[in-house]
Design a protein around this ligand. Sequence first.
Ligand SMILES: Cc1cc2nc3c(=O)[nH]c(=O)nc-3n(C[C@@H](O)[C@@H](O)[C@H](O)COP(=O)(O)OP(=O)(O)OC[C@H]3O[C@@H](n4cnc5c(N)ncnc54)[C@H](O)[C@@H]3O)c2cc1C
Length: 295
Amino acid sequence: MPIIHKFDYLKPKNIGEALTVLAKSKNTAILAGGTDLIDLIKENVVQPEVVVDIKGLDELNQIKFENDSLFIGAGVTFSDLIESKIIKEKYPVIFEISKTVASVGIRNRATVVGNICSAVPCMDSGPLLMAYDATVQVVGQKGTRNIPAAEWFIAPRKTSLQKGELVSGISLLFPKVKHAGCWVKLGRYTGEDLAQVNLLILAMADGTFRISFGAVAPVPVRARKVEKLLNGQAITPTLIEKANQLIEEEIKPITDVRATKEYRMHMAKVMFERGLNATISRLTGKSPKYGTSVI
Ligand SMILES: Cc1cc2nc3c(=O)[nH]c(=O)nc-3n(C[C@@H](O)[C@@H](O)[C@H](O)COP(=O)(O)OP(=O)(O)OC[C@H]3O[C@@H](n4cnc5c(N)ncnc54)[C@H](O)[C@@H]3O)c2cc1C
């Protein structure tokens, strides 16, 4: 499908220049990898007057680990994450998530930041931000804002980004204690399919857990009640049964082209149990290896 909508295309040389353009023009769209935006323009869902291409901004292309915090710049693609030594060593679960996004061709262009700016409920980066209590770094002409993940996602396709701002990157604190994670993504088939349900579990050596679901509510869900139930407890079939009851309270799946709400609810529980077992096993240095699907 061709693009029939007319717009000006600008490629700023630095963030300052990008912000000036964003402040001046009324109806702008930021272009990163374009894997979502170009389709939205083709389908006339968005009709920007100006498209601001941020791909040339080197300052946004960084993956940095400093002061126990990971920074992923707005130009970083899922392929960059898969290839990053920092990610493999410190955040192998991000490697695991990235491997399940689309296909190599899409991953070579699609950015994590573009993913959370599109903010569709089935995005794969949502549970990551929620489980790590990430912050989204937003810059505008008035300065920088650091927005907690829980305040970033407002509704499907709606975030806290204000007019004239752009996201420079996201920061994820490295948990203070030894930990392991497991990403579980359910799709209709292997390959380029969006999630019917996705789930990230982190298990800490101090006996606490962080659990977040995607594609089962308007925005990603941090399952705080389930975490509270599990924290400090021996994981038994009875406890998992109680956790499953709480999952029914925490998530609100809908029926759409990808699955019924009943199937999503059922599979969320199956995925939770398998993911939990895998996370605990990884915490003790055992299998499954990161990148192995447990569903
Ligand atoms: C075939 C196919 C399969 C896919 N499979 C998956 C999948 O398995 N899992 C998944 O999660 N997603 C999937 N996606 C969607 C995924 O590719 C996108 O969500 C991608 O991550 C968006 O990043 P981008 O760099 O391409 O953003 P763009 O398309 O350039 O931008 C997306 C939106 O974010 C805004 N934006 C981008 N960067 C910034 C910034 N720095 N500051 C402010 N706003 C910004 C844009 O203006 C636009 O509104 C798929 C897409 C396709 C086409």
